[in-house]
Every structure is written in structure tokens, then in C-alpha cells.
Design a protein. Structure first.
Length: 127
């Protein structure tokens, strides 16, 4: 599995938490603090996975997923949507938009790594 992740979350604390987990496991992490910034960066990035929060200003994680799926630069990149609201309708909306998986906050490092394995079909721990 390749190791380039684009993390999109408006919470600085959540970005720091997720980045620390990913970097400790050998991932390269690029960040954006909202969906609008992510849309500007995505065409220039070589990425293998997008982790996007649902609840963000401007462009939320579900809208971002729709844009990625309709776009030409990364239409097949794996997308993991994360949210504090794990209600079934949010999970269904994320999957209908084209996300490969959904993870409810709060989550542990093991839960995040397991979700990455599920959505990418790869291995989440560096060897």
C-alpha cells in the first residue's frame, strides 16, 4: 500500500492527533483545514487516501467526496469519512457520495489504522 494521505479537518487538534498516528506508522501526511482549501490542493497532490471530516465550513466532507468522485485528477482515490455524528443517515450519505468507509469520532489509533486497511485493502502499519 502506498503511504500518502490527505487529511481534511477543520479541527487543529484532530488534525494533530490523526497526523501523529499516521506519521508514526510511516504515512506521509498533507493537511487542509477545510474542504475549500482541499479542493484547491487536490489537483496538485499525489495521494492514495483522503481522510475527511463531515462537519466543516464551506465544503463539508461529503461534498468534498462528491467533488473527488466527479473529478479527473483522483477519481479512484480511497476516501475515509470521519465524523462525531455516527448516525446511520450520515454513514449512508457518505457512502452514497462515494466514500469507501466511515469512522465515528472519537476513535483510537487502532480503529483508525483498521479503517485505513478496510478502505484501501492495504496494510496500515509500516514494516
Amino acid at each position: 500500500m502506498s503511504r500518502r494521505v490527505f487529511l481534511v479537518d477543520d479541527s487543529r487538534a484532530m488534525r494533530a492527533y490523526v497526523s501523529a498516528i499516521l506519521e508514526a506508522n510511516g504515512f506521509e501526511v498533507e493537511e487542509a483545514e477545510n474542504g475549500f482549501e482541499a479542493l484547491r490542493k487536490i489537483p496538485r497532490l499525489g495521494i492514495d487516501l483522503i481522510i475527511a471530516d463531515v462537519n466543516m465550513p464551506d465544503v463539508n466532507g461529503i461534498e468534498l467526496t462528491r467533488f473527488v468522485r466527479r473529478g479527473t485528477t483522483h477519481p479512484d482515490v480511497a476516501v475515509l469519512v470521519i465524523s462525531t455524528d455516527g448516525a446511520r443517515h450520515d454513514v449512508d450519505r457518505a457512502l452514497a457520495a462515494g466514500a469507501n468507509g466511515f469512522l465515528a469520532k472519537p476513535f483510537t489509533s487502532d480503529e483508525l489504522l483498521a479503517a485505513i486497511v478496510r478502505v484501501t485493502g492495504g496494510e496500515a502499519v509500516a514494516r
